[in-house]
Design a protein around this ligand. Sequence first.
Ligand SMILES: *Cc1c(COP(=O)(O)O)cnc(C)c1O
Length: 344
Amino acid sequence: MHRAEVTLDLTAVERNVEELVKLADGAALWAVVKANAYGHGAAATAAAAMRAGANGLCVATAGEGTALRKLFPAARIIVLGPVTREEVVQARQARLECVAYNQESIAILGEQVDIHLKMNTGMNRWGWSEPPERLPDRIVGVFSHFARAYSDPRHTEEQTARFLQWSADMPNIPRHIANSAATLRFPSTHLDAVRCGTAILGLSPFEDSTPEELGLRPALRWTSYLAQTRILMPGDSVGYGDSFTAPLRMRMGIVPVGYGDGFSKRLTGSRILVGNTFAPVIGVVSMDAIAVGLERDVPTGTTVTIVGDGITLEDHAKVAGATNLEISTGLTADPRRVRRRFTH
Ligand SMILES: *Cc1c(COP(=O)(O)O)cnc(C)c1O
């Protein structure tokens, strides 16, 4: 038995990627595996995605790209975030494709790496709001990013129109703008490549659709075990503070996972599975433990499922007032706290 286990279902990642390759309908599919594949495990997710037909990998930092290069000697690896002057040599040596988002970044990257030019079409974060006068010599792509593809078709269409207008003046340069939400809902945005993270992991980018409704399979399972049980008498409280006080005599159990593992303090009130029975998280989430209410006597050692068997990251996200990605990205990767497993 392990204190906590995170299991990545590689078959689920492969099936999701195959679905997205079909949807992309000729556009390349790049698997976005930044932030340790949103907490799922970058190396294994990237390998499964490449096996299933992804044509490249995207990360946020030069360090993430360099680590992947060691595992994928021939893959296209694109660094979506800024690369500093100190990182350019490393990026060149690792053959990373980098992003120019303003004049300074062009100066930093120079002629050392292949460059994707980032246009600002309405996100108002990175990129040029008007095409630059002179394109970098080693330009291999022009791209933009949607701010509301998950919720706002009109804004998404406006961004797309602006992008198409600008990129029309850059003939023969590959264009890419679609993230998971746009890949799933807006075929006209697929262009030459789509960049998907959320969907390859079987997560939903939409508040109004579950992964299942989108034909996606959640790839992550997170389990622990029931380590202690006790009876609370009326008026007894649980853990730090007095946010939960037993109204009646009741059973409860302790699970050795807490916010130090990525189980957010905002998840009080969420449901997890103790054996096959739903149990509510009660009281304040501690760093290393949570308490659950139990309806009947359950033996210690019983498996606790935090994510899996019908409990989704989306379910927890709703309770926490967070997004599924915020919860998964918060998962610890520390092998001294959680065992990482892979299934096929
Ligand atoms: C993270 C990221 C993506 C992936 O977005 P998903 O919604 O997870 O598919 C795509 N493009 C850029 C620029 C990103 O930063």
